[in-house]
Design a binder for this molecule. Structure first.
Ligand code: PEP
Length: 257
C-alpha cells in the first residue's frame, strides 16, 4: 500500500501584495517550525507578483514551505501579452502550478483542451500541476457530478504519460462549494475522490492511481478538515479563503492535532 504525504495548499487568489506575502509566509513558517510540520507538505500559491519575494524568503531562510503559481500559459514564449510561461515559473523555483481552477474555467473560458495544454506545459518545465476538477451545482443536482468530474480528469490528462501522471496532484473542487461556505459532505467528497482514483487506475494502472495525491477543495476550514482528511482517497486540501488567515491555515495544516 502506497503512503501518500498529505498536501495542504493555500490558493491566495488575487489577494496579498508582495509585502503582505512576506509577512504571511514568515508567520506561517514560524508557526510550523517544528517536527509535526514535516508530516504534511505545505504549499502556498500566491499571485505572480509575489513569487519572487516568496522565493527569496524561502531560499534565504531555508523554509520547507513550497510555493507555486495559480496559472501557467500553455505557450512557451512569444506574443502572448499578459501570459506567464512555465519556464519563467521554473526559474523562480516554483514547485506547483494550478491548472484549470474553476475560476479560470468560468471567467477565462478555459476548456479541457486548454487545461490539458497547461498541464503539459507544467510538466515540460519540471513543475507539478495541481489539476482542478469539479462540478457546478446544476450538474450535481442532476446527479451527473461523478461523470462530469471524471471527464475533466480524462481531458486534463490526455496524452500525459504514466511517469508524469503519477506525480500530478488532482484537486476535486465542487464549484458550488468554493468560497460559498457550503462544504461538500465528507462522504460525498470521498465518493468523487474514490471515483477519480478508479479512473486513474483505468487510464494508467493501479500503481499510478495509488501514487496520485487527491485534494478536496471548497470552503475547507479548521473545523471541517479532520473529517475530510479521514477519508481514504483524500490526501490533502486546496484552501482558498481560509489560507489567507495564518492562524486558520496553520490549524488546517495541523489537522491531526
Ligand atoms: C479555492 O479557491 O480553490 C477554494 C477552495 O476556495 P475556498 O476555500 O475559499 O472555498
Amino acid at each position: 500500500m502506497t503512503t501518500r504525504t498529505p498536501i495542504m495548499a493555500g490558493n491566495w487568489k488575487m489577494n496579498l501584495n508582495h509585502l503582505e506575502a512576506i509577512a504571511h509566509v514568515q508567520k506561517l513558517a514560524f508557526a510550523l517550525a517544528d517536527k509535526d510540520y514535516e508530516a504534511v507538505e505545505v504549499a502556498v500559491l500566491p499571485p505572480f507578483t509575489d513569487l519572487r519575494s516568496v522565493q527569496t524568503l524561502v531560499d534565504g531562510d531555508k523554509l520547507k514551505i513550497k510555493y507555486g503559481a495559480q496559472d501557467v500559459s500553455q505557450h512557451e514564449s512569444g506574443a502572448y501579452t499578459g501570459e506567464i510561461s512555465g519556464s519563467m515559473l521554473a526559474k523562480l523555483k516554483c514547485s506547483y502550478v494550478l491548472a484549470g481552477h474553476s475560476e479560470r474555467r468560468q471567467y477565462h473560458h478555459e476548456t479541457d483542451d486548454v487545461v490539458n495544454a497547461k498541464v503539459k506545459a507544467a510538466f515540460q518545465n519540471g513543475l507539478t500541476p495541481i489539476l482542478c476538477v469539479g462540478e457546478e451545482l446544476d450538474v450535481r443536482e442532476a446527479g451527473n457530478h461523478v461523470d462530469h468530474t471524471l471527464a475533466q480528469v480524462e481531458g486534463g490528462l490526455k496524452d500525459v504519460p504514466a511517469e508524469q501522471a503519477e506525480t500530478v496532484v488532482i484537486a476535486y473542487e465542487p464549484v458550488w462549494a468554493i468560497g460559498t461556505g457550503k462544504v461538500c459532505g465528507s462522504d460525498d467528497a470521498q465518493e468523487v475522490c474514490g471515483a477519480i482514483r478508479g479512473k486513474l487506475a483505468e487510464l494508467y494502472s493501479r500503481d499510478v492511481a495509488d501514487k496520485v495525491r487527491i485534494q478536496y477543495g471548497g470552503s475547507v476550514k479548521s473545523g471541517n478538515v479532520a473529517e475530510i482528511m479521514a477519508k481514504p482517497d483524500i490526501d490533502g486540501a486546496l484552501v482558498g479563503g481560509a489560507s489567507l488567515d495564518t492562524d486558520e491555515f496553520v490549524k488546517i495544516v495541523r489537522f491531526r492535532d
